[in-house]
Design a protein around this ligand. Structure first.
Ligand code: R5P
Length: 294
């Protein structure tokens, strides 16, 4: 197995190559003046099993296209098996036809990746796991929640209350609770498909005087976390943290979250940023090592 260092995930890919002891293949990349992307593999991949580590967080369209071009270059150069490791898989939230006339974007992305030569996809905490069953190549999602919960545990926040801001993320809070102990629960969230307006309904939890951690797959505008934090603080939580796998934090999201009373935002290097306090490298290395030996 050789690890291709995708331009969007240089640090994570390098850590994975170092942990697994697999050879690294660099990618020469540039953007033409008109915005088109260009990639070239820095080494030979003929006859090799290849893992391309390339997240598809914003600028997601460029990163997706780079991934497709890298895979296609590897295929043309004679790679044997091509695994795409895309910790954040863009467009995963458009997994249904919510309004007439839409498409299932994530399925279209799966088809594009397959046609570029990718044989298998590994992602992390995809928004809805079921969507991967509709992919026409094998696709698997790993969970980074135990790693994130361990990060909090090491900082002494055992017994914290783990909260999922909606039902879909309840499994996430459940996984966190297994590591942290304490209790867990979820809120009910509704987003208006036309206006985007978000409402989160209040529930009663026993958080008075406790530390509470809101766990979600993605933090984007921060709207969900702001509403969830308000509920926890109204219920008397002493301290509130926000944790996610994919810290997109668009625009002034961090300010809005901190203004709502959240102490700190923690994410992973799925989306490289200053919120990336937990690395996915052990999780992904273990998975590709197991695949290679099994
Ligand atoms: C959607 O249900 C996801 O799980 C996240 O809760 C959502 O993407 C967060 O978005 P925002 O930060 O914009 O509220």
């Amino acid at each position: 197995m050789k690890v291709i260092i995708g331009p969007a995930s240089k640090e994570l890919a390098t850590k994975i190559a170092d942990l697994t002891d697999y050879e690294k293949i660099d990618v020469i990349s540039k953007k033409f003046p008109d915005g088109e992307v260009y990639v070239r593999l820095g080494n030979n991949v003929k006859g090799e099993n290849i893992a391309i580590v390339q997240t598809t967080s914003p600028p997601q369209n460029d990163n997706l296209l780079q991934l497709a071009f890298i895979a296609s270059a590897a295929k043309l150069a004679g790679a044997k098996k091509i695994i795409a490791i895309t910790p954040y898989l863009a467009y995963a939230r458009q997994d249904k036809i919510f309004l007439q006339g839409e498409n299932r974007s994530i399925e279209t992305i799966g088809n594009i990746l397959k046609s570029s030569g990718i044989d298998e996809i590994i992602t992390v905490n995809i928004h809805q796991e079921e969507v991967l069953k509709r992919f026409t190549i094998p696709a698997k999602t790993l969970s980074a929640i135990p790693l994130i919960a361990n990060y909090f545990k090491k900082r002494g926040y055992n017994e914290a209350f783990s909260l999922a801001p909606d039902k879909g993320a309840r499994y996430i809070a459940g996984q966190a609770k297994k590591v942290l102990g304490g209790e867990f629960g979820h809120l009910e969230k509704h987003r208006d498909r036309y206006t985007g307006k978000l409402s989160v309904s209040k529930k009663s939890f026993n958080v008075k005087g406790k530390t509470a951690i809101i766990f979600d797959d993605i933090i984007s505008t921060g709207g969900t976390i702001v509403k969830a934090a308000k509920i926890l603080l109204d219920l008397g939580a002493a301290r509130v943290f926000a944790a996610c796998v994919h810290p997109l934090l668009i625009g002034d999201a961090e300010d809005r979250i901190l203004d709502a009373g959240v102490e700190e935002v923690i994410g992973t290097d799925s989306v490289p940023s200053r919120f990336s306090k937990v690395s996915l490298s052990p999780l992904i290395s273990q998975e590709i090592k197991a695949q290679e030996s099994g």
